[in-house]
Design a protein around this ligand. Structure first.
Ligand code: FAD
Length: 287
């Protein structure tokens, strides 16, 4: 099922994310985690794509299993910055063969060691290529409520986003953010610029102290004082820290839904217990 239809048909949706293993040895554990998260019956699940594209077969296989074995609609990610056009076309065809109807079209981070391939500079070019293979595929794009780290001015980032959406995004999913006012300001700015596709806020439950530094390094997201205090209070007690992180994320989600932002994507990071905790807190609200 296409995500653009799922979010049109339902007032509130909740989706979860898994990432594929870096090596084949880790496949079984990720497959098991994905199956447990699917059993919670989210509206869809996304499967990320290794930055360099070297683990693309794991993304394809996990996505296909989720959809075909467990009946969960899937959003399969695809990055292009380290890939040739040929490889990208191969992966899109594989997704199609496995019946996957939704692709999150991403550029990917530029590798620190430098690029090995120059077929793609931006996600927009990937969107054009996917559409040239099959115009009916439902396409998602990434957006950044605090601005993308490479772009000095948010206004420029929003101009680029507008071009990307015009290339053919059916919806956008945001980078993680921990203060909802950041998202509300961003939505105001993009709507003012005429970007009118649905925006799915990406919520990352922070359930251990190390994750804070990692999340900031990866995303550049601001950590609000409220979260810093929570982490400081509970960091030495893993059980309490996990529960506090689930409650913080649930509280963010309830505030979003209360304010009419109601298609929520959770970065569940291959953690069924965290996905289950969020589902437990929201079950009544989302059904
Ligand atoms: P783009 O949309 O191409 O934007 C990248 C930068 O280029 C921005 O600064 C933008 O302003 C600028 N730009 C865009 N168009 C132009 C233009 N025409 N001229 C000049 N500048 C331009 N990474 C992975 O490796 N695998 C994943 O599965 C993955 N999933 C993600 C899911 C979400 C929801 C998000 C938010 C991020 C994800 N990422 C993933 C990370 C993502 O790949 C990086 O953030 C990457 O640096 C940017 O990708 P993009 O698709 O947003 O790029």
């Amino acid at each position: 099922m296409k995500i653009r239809d799922i979010i049109k048909d339902k007032e509130v949706t909740l989706s979860f994310e898994v990432f594929p293993p870096k090596t084949d040895a880790g496949y079984e554990a990720v497959e098991k985690a994905a199956a447990e998260i699917a059993a919670l019956k989210p509206d869809f699940m996304s499967v990320t794509y290794g930055a360099g594209g070297g683990t693309s077969k794991n993304t394809v296989n996990i996505a296909a299993d989720l959809q075909n074995k467990y009946g969960t609609p899937v959003l399969a990610h695809l990055t292009c910055v380290s890939s040739t056009k040929e490889h990208v076309k191969e992966v899109v065809r594989e997704y199609k063969e496995k019946g996957i109807e939704n692709i999150m079209a991403l550029r990917g981070d530029i590798p620190k060691e430098g690029r090995i391939c120059y077929d793609y500079d931006h996600a927009m070019q990937l969107i054009y290529d996917i559409k040239s293979i099959d115009d009916s595929i439902c396409i998602g794009g990434a957006c950044y409520p605090e601005g993308h780290v490479e772009c000095a001015r948010q206004s420029e980032d929003i101009e680029h986003l507008k071009e990307k959406v015009a290339a053919g995004c059916d919806f956008l999913t945001t980078q993680m953010f921990f203060d909802n006012s950041t998202l509300y300001q961003f939505l105001y700015r993009i709507r003012e610029k005429g970007i009118d596709v649905p925006v799915l806020p990406g919520i990352m439950p922070i359930t251990n102290a190390k994750q804070v530094a990692r999340s900031v390094a990866l995303s550049g997201s601001t950590i609000p004082q409220k979260m810093k205090i929570m982490v400081d209070r509970f960091a030495d007690d893993p059980e309490k820290m996990k529960e506090a992180g689930i409650i913080y994320a649930s509280d963010q989600i309830i505030d979003l839904i209360s304010n009419g932002v109601s298609h929520i994507h959770v970065y569940s990071m291959n953690k069924p217990d965290i996905a289950a905790g969020i589902m437990r807190n929201l079950a009544t609200i989302i059904r």
